[in-house]
Design a protein around this ligand. Structure first.
Ligand code: PMV
Length: 329
């Protein structure tokens, strides 16, 4: 048998962060998160189940990949094979149309696109929650890229085997923009899986993070639903910085910041002091992402580009969820 499907997915940025897993197995997040899926950047993934293949194959941005990335891909494909009865191995060809060092190259768009393409190629007719759960079992943040606009993923509970993200508001709900201040093109950081595991095992602040994150999540959600920047913004910043505080208190510390990160943080504060709605968030890397109003994005980007150590900016707006497309890859 030969069966091929192509899917497209976009990265998402958490406005309320996920960091750390439950100890119950099943790759369950320890805290609830809320994100915006971003237009303008996409992962396109083609999955071909082929009886003639001896093993799963992965081609990333045109180059064959093995090791950890291939293992995670096979992990997802095995779930699809188990559920569909398809036994064939698969060739997975995936490419990003955005630079991998943009600070947006998380596993989210990759595993969202893979979940959609692989399940469709295997003939499974999954709804969006089932696809989200399939992606989440390999990469928690990927569960959120199944949805467009704004969505949430609750914390895992003991006994959960399935857990999917859910829409909070469509992309038309609010004209927000995310300005990414790229501070490094260089080598990889400590990956998020590794960083959060280390935090949960060694940081005395991890329990405090798990206890306080739900209230920050609720405030982010309330501010979003009310389209109230004065509620949303401070909670977005607190969620990100509390996550990093937990990582900084690990032994040894997991430090994602560079000098340029801190310069960019200070500039966001100056932009705000000048009267513009601009709040920062930072993921498992040195880049600073500024959440602002759509109409302020160009001005904010111009100011962030003046910061020493900021190499360039990318302006992103709310986009669509992962989906099957006719061709590509
Ligand atoms: O699911 P991962 O391994 O991509 O982890 C994502 C972690 C953060 O990006 C830092 C936060 C988040 O909620 O996306």
């Amino acid at each position: 048998m030969i069966s091929t499907k192509v899917a497209v997915a976009h990265p998402n940025i958490a406005l309320a962060k996920y960091w750390g897993k439950r100890a119950y197995g099943h790759n369950l997040p320890a805290v609830p998160s809320l994100s915006v899926t971003l237009a303008g950047m996409a992962t396109t993934t083609k999955v071909t189940f082929d009886d003639d293949l001896a093993a799963d194959e992965l081609v990333l941005n045109g180059s064959p990949a093995s090791g950890e990335p291939l293992t995670r891909v096979t992990n997802l494909l095995d779930r699809v094979r188990l559920r569909s009865g398809v036994r064939a191995k698969a060739r997975v060809e995936s490419s990003n149309d955005f630079p991998t060092a943009s600070g947006l190259a998380s596993s989210a768009s990759a595993f969202a696109a893979l979940a959609v393409a692989a399940s469709a190629a295997a003939g499974l007719d999954l709804d969006v929650a089932e696809r989200s759960d399939l992606a989440r079992k390999t990469s928690v943040s990927a569960a959120r890229s199944l949805f467009g606009g704004f969505c949430e993923l609750r914390a895992g509970r003991e006994g959960d085997e399935t857990l999917a993200a859910a829409e909070v508001a469509p992309k038309t709900h609010w004209d927000l923009a995310v300005v990414v201040a790229v501070t490094r093109e260089g080598p990889k950081d400590v990956g998020s899986s590794e960083g959060m595991k280390h935090t949960s095992l060694t940081s005395p602040y991890f329990p405090a993070w798990v206890e306080s994150a739900p209230a920050m999540f609720e405030t982010v959600k309330r501010g979003l639903l009310a389209r109230d920047f004065s509620v949303l913004g401070p909670a977005v910043e607190q969620s990100a910085l509390a996550m990093h505080a937990a990582a900084l208190a690990a032994a040894p510390a997991t430090i994602y910041f560079t000098g340029a990160t801190l310069e960019a943080v200070l500039e966001v504060r100056r932009i705000r002091a000048s009267g513009l709605d601009a709040y920062l968030t930072i993921d498992a890397g040195p880049h600073v992402k500024v959440v602002t109003r759509g109409e302020l994005a160009t001005e904010v980007a111009k100011r962030m580009e003046q910061v020493p150590g900021v190499l360039r900016t990318i302006i992103a707006r709310p986009g669509d969820g992962a989906r099957v497309v006719e061709s590509g890859a």
